[in-house]
Write a protein that binds this ligand. Structure first.
Ligand code: ADP
Ligand code: MG
Length: 285
C-alpha cells in the first residue's frame, strides 16, 4: 500500500473510534484468522454488580473489608454493595493479591480470603452453598467465595452484562471467516454461559494471568492471532499477539501494549479494523 492509502485508512479508522498506533498494524491484521477476546471488561461491560449474597450475616462486611485495598472490578462491585447496605468496614493487615484468583488478608488477627473456587479449594462448602454455587454459575454469574478463620462464610454472586454490541460483533467476525475465541481467568461454566449469550463457540477458561500470553503463542502455531483485552494482566498477551487491540477504557499498561485502541470501547471497532485493513490493502494490490 502507498503511504497515502495507509493515511486514508488510518484516518477513516480514527473516525470510527479505531485508533491505529502504527501503520504496520493495519497490514498485519489482514491475514489474521483467530480473534481472541478477554472476557471481563472486553466482552462484558466490566461494571459488575452484586446480585446475590448467600450465607452468614457478616459475609458482605467481611468481603468488603478484604476488597477495600483491591483494584479489581469485582472488588468495586462488592464495595458498592457494602456501601449501599451502610456497612462499616474493618481494618485488615497483611493484604495480598492472588493474581487471577482473589485476595487474602488478616482481619481481627484471623486469616481471611475470598475469590474463586481455585483459591478456596481447601475449604468445604455446605450442600446448600454447593447448590447455590452451581445455580449462580449457570446464570452466568461470577461467584466469590468468602472464607474467615477456616470457615466458608458464604457466596457472593456478581453479574457483568455483555456489551450491547457483543453479539453483533461476533456474528460480523464469523461472517468474515474469522474465529472468535474467549480467553478468561473466570471459570468454565460462567465463561461458557456468557459465550453462548454472545455467540462465541470456543472458550478457554480458568487461565491465570501469566498464562494468557503462552495461550496466544500456542494458538499462533495455527495462524495469525489478534488479541483484544483491557487489563493490566492482558499486556503480555497484547504484545505477543500478531495484533493487540485494547479497549479505550483499559489500563495504561494495556493501552501501551496494544497496536490498536478502540477509543469508544465498542466491539464493532474490531470488525471495522478488519474492514479498513482489507480495503486499504486490496485497493493497491
Ligand atoms: P478475567 O480474565 O476475566 O479478566 P481475572 O484474571 O482478573 O479475570 O480474574 C479471574 C478470576 O479470579 C475472577 O473471575 C474471580 O473469580 C477471581 N478474582 C480475581 N481477583 C479477585 C478479587 N479481587 N475479588 C474477587 N475475585 C477475584
Ligand atoms: Mg479483563
Amino acid at each position: 500500500a502507498t503511504p497515502t492509502a495507509i493515511m486514508v485508512g488510518t484516518g477513516r479508522a480514527a473516525k470510527l473510534g479505531v485508533l491505529i498506533k502504527d501503520a504496520t498494524v493495519l497490514e498485519a491484521i489482514d491475514g489474521v484468522q483467530t480473534v481472541v477476546f478477554d472476557k471481563t471488561g472486553t466482552i462484558t461491560e466490566g461494571q459488575p454488580v452484586v446480585t446475590d449474597v448467600v450465607g452468614q450475616k457478616d459475609l458482605l462486611r467481611v468481603a468488603a473489608s478484604l476488597e477495600a485495598a483491591s483494584e479489581h472490578p469485582l472488588a468495586a462491585a462488592i464495595l458498592t454493595a457494602a456501601k449501599q447496605a451502610d456497612l462499616t468496614l474493618s481494618p485488615v493487615t497483611d493484604f495480598q493479591v492472588v493474581a487471577g484468583q482473589g485476595v487474602k488478608a488478616k482481619l481481627a488477627n484471623k486469616e481471611a480470603l475470598l475469590g474463586n473456587e481455585q483459591l478456596t479449594k481447601a475449604y468445604e462448602l455446605s450442600p446448600r452453598l454447593q447448590a447455590t454455587l452451581t445455580k449462580l454459575k449457570q446464570a452466568a454469574k461470577t461467584v466469590v467465595i468468602v472464607v474467615y478463620d477456616g470457615q466458608v462464610l458464604g457466596l457472593i454472586g456478581i453479574q457483568d452484562r455483555p456489551k450491547a454490541d457483543a453479539k453483533q460483533a461476533m456474528a460480523a467476525l464469523v461472517k468474515r471467516g474469522l474465529k472468535p475465541v474467549m480467553l478468561t481467568g473466570d471459570n468454565e461454566v460462567v465463561a461458557q454461559a456468557i459465550a453462548d449469550e454472545v455467540g462465541i463457540k470456543e472458550v478457554i477458561a480458568g487461565v491465570l494471568p501469566d498464562q494468557k500470553a503462552a495461550t496466544i503463542e500456542h494458538l499462533q502455531a495455527a495462524g495469525k492471532v489478534a488479541f483484544v483485552g483491557d487489563g493490566i494482566n492482558d499486556a503480555p498477551a497484547l504484545s505477543t499477539a500478531t495484533v493487540g487491540i485494547t479497549m479505550g477504557s483499559g489500563t495504561d499498561i494495556a493501552l501501551e501494549a496494544g497496536g490498536i485502541v478502540l477509543t469508544n470501547n465498542q466491539l464493532m471497532g474490531v470488525v471495522n479494523a478488519f474492514d479498513i485493513s482489507q480495503k486499504t490493502f486490496k485497493r493497491i494490490k
